[in-house]
Design a protein around this ligand. Structure first.
Ligand code: NCD
Length: 354
């Protein structure tokens, strides 16, 4: 199977995801076997946004495979600070590395990078859009800790509007049989319209609710998320949202014994620290699994052919209305749209244009 750029996990089939998960489990069970698998290979990490887990787990993954790592985590130390555009940065990194991972506040930036790269590109988070390697981590966690990826009642709580981990997770888990999503948020932070349309189009059950208290009792998974402070235009709005959902021991009393509590981390105050001792809380294990998921992904991608023709839509003169989309921030970029389900979507950020 061919593992082209990882922009959206749903570009890979369910079977491909399964292969990565199986390889990650093998690596987890016998890491010594893979110590030299990427000897002589270089991973470039281009981080235009803060990160602890994603960046360090990518670095750890490559080092544990015997490869090496270059990159920056502070764009003001790179030529971006001199006004270099993303396409030129990517073309330059193509002269140095074997595989690229990029995190940026700009939605669609990973896809645009892939279009300008002969090397495989991994989306390590593009603004409030997607975060496919967190989702790979989440799928691996579920497989190991829950034993299945189907027949699950999944509560997702917090910032469903800006939480890219949420968008990727919903898209991925909707492909498995008999999963139901309980989307727990305030009115202001509801799931974006394009994700809802995606769920409807794929006949996946979901419910939007406000109360965590009322939803918790029959969940198999509770996926808590941080309110994404950096994505709010207005500080006051953030302050009004920030402490609405706090999972504490009292609330957890109502939950099933078999519940698992996940969180992509970082946590701010949406999970009381006392919960950490509860064996249902598995978010630090989840962070550990992220290394194995990324090791497996890197191995699969480096064995594959890279094809930069990943656009699915048509060239257009329509303008994307999302000011955080790459097609409104990068010079010399042409916009593309995808028509589906009576809507027209921006190819880069997936927001509905019409
Ligand atoms: C998440 C992210 O960056 O989107 N963190 C992560 O990668 N593990 C979640 C967050 O920042 O809240």
């Amino acid at each position: 199977m061919n593992y082209n750029h990882l922009i959206d996990l749903n570009y890979y089939s369910v079977e491909q995801c399964q292969e990565i998960i199986e390889l990650a489990i093998k690596i987890n069970n016998n890491p010594e076997k893979y110590l030299d698998s990427c000897k002589g290979k270089i991973l470039a990490t281009l981080f235009y946004e803060p990160s602890t887990r994603t960046q360090m787990s990518f670095q750890t993954a490559m080092l544990r495979l015997g490869g090496q790592v270059i990159g920056f985590d502070n764009p003001s130390n790179s030529s971006v600070a001199k006004g270099e555009g993303l396409a030129d940065t990517i073309k330059t990194i193509n002269c140095y590395a074997d595989i690229i991972t990029i995190r940026s506040p700009i939605e669609g930036s990973a896809k645009y990078s892939a279009l300008n790269s002969e090397l495989p590109v991994i989306n390590a988070g593009d603004g409030g859009h997607l975060h496919p390697t967190q989702t790979l981590t989440d799928l691996l966690t579920l497989k190991i800790e829950k034993g299945r990826l189907e027949n699950l009642k999944i509560g997702i709580c917090g910032d469903l509007k800006f939480g890219r981990t949420v968008h990727s997770l919903i898209k991925a888990l909707s492909r498995y049989k008999n999963n139901t999503f309980i989307l727990i948020s305030t009115e202001n932070l509801k799931i974006p319209e394009y994700i809802k349309e995606f769920l409807i189009y794929n006949n996946c059950d979901f419910e939007e609710v406000f109360s965590l208290d009322e939803a918790i009792f029959d969940l198999d998974i509770l996926y808590m998320t941080r309110i994404q402070k950096e994505r709010f235009k207005d500080e006051q709005e953030y302050l009004s949202q920030k402490d609405v959902y706090i999972l504490d021991c009292e609330k957890l009393k109502k939950a099933k014994k078999e519940l698992i509590i996940m969180h992509p981390l970082p946590r701010v105050d949406e999970i009381d620290n006392n919960i950490d001792k509860d064996e249902r809380a598995i978010y630090f294990k989840q962070a550990r699994y992220g290394v194995y998921a990324r090791m497996a992904l890197i191995l699969k991608m480096l064995e594959s052919k890279t094809d930069k023709n990943i656009l699915k839509g048509n060239k257009t003169d329509l303008k994307c209305l999302n000011e955080k989309c790459i097609c409104n921030t990068e010079k010399n970029i042409h916009n593309f749209v995808i028509k589906s389900n009576n809507n027209i979507y921006c190819e880069y950020c997936e927001k509905i244009i019409k």
